[in-house]
Design a protein. Structure first.
Length: 217
């Protein structure tokens, strides 16, 4: 079935995108406003976009037209944030921090989360999260009146000690991070426990195409 976005209202376009582009990793972002008020919220329009420089991107909308989410406003004003990744264990607390609280509410207190001081930036990281990235703002790309892509440069990554397999080689025990991804609708998530392995094929091992071409000729 064709869904032509020219004929579909924005809300329906959003539904089509979020119910197909799945699973999406979740950035559980801690930020602070200019007065130091702490804020935490999850964002699944999130991924990593470059290794050099190390860049993450987050799509952040508005609570209502003209009222950007606190996270976007804080990052714009203070240029610093921490992206915490979300494990199965963190799921319930993450969901509490997604409640559309008024700006004065500290979601970290509401979810009874412990934080740990960051090394390079003012916002702290979430202690219960297996991986946290300290970031500075690189650029905010305004995508529309109420949507922006926030690009951040990763200054440092914290990984829980027992999840580092070989610190010399930077090998991480990825399956044991037990990260979750966001699926369709507002309440569906995926675990990252159903894995399969498929090694890359070296160019020298790929002969099928040549054989076919040769047999045709
Ligand atoms: C799993 C999950 C993923 C979310 N992803 C996004 C997202 O990518 N972009 C967005 O604007 N809001 C997203 N939200 C909604 C925000 O977390 C929510 O609006 C939150 O209240 C924003 O908080 P803030 O105003 O403190 O920044 C998501 C919510 C959940 C539960």
């Amino acid at each position: 079935m064709l869904f032509d976005f020219a004929a579909i209202p924005p809300r329906e376009q959003y539904k089509l995108l979020v119910s197909t582009v799945t699973p999406r990793p979740i950035a559980w972002i801690v930020s602070q406003n200019k007065d130091g008020q702490l804020n935490a919220a999850p964002f699944s329009f999130f991924n990593v976009f470059s290794g050099d420089p190390p860049v993450v991107g987050i799509g952040i909308s508005s609570h209502e037209p003209g009222r950007p989410k606190d996270t976007r406003r804080n990052i714009r004003d203070t240029r610093e944030f921490v992206v915490n990744l979300v494990s199965e264990e963190n799921a319930k607390a993450m969901n509490v921090t997604a409640i559309e609280f008024e700006p004065s509410v500290n979601e970290i207190e509401q979810a009874q989360l412990e934080t740990i001081r960051s090394v390079h930036v003012k916002p702290p990281r979430i202690a219960a999260s297996p991986v946290s990235m300290e970031c500075t703002l690189l650029q905010i790309v305004n995508l529309g009146p109420d949507n922006a892509l926030v690009l951040g440069r990763v200054l440092a990554m914290h990984v829980r000690d027992n999840l580092v397999l070989d610190p010399a080689k930077n090998y991480i025990d990825t399956p044991n991070l037990h990260l979750i991804g966001r699926m369709h609708g507002t309440g569906w998530y995926a675990r990252t426990s159903d894995l399969f392995e498929m090694p890359r094929i070296p160019r020298a091992n790929w002969t099928l195409r040549e054989e076919k071409t040769a047999s045709r000729g």
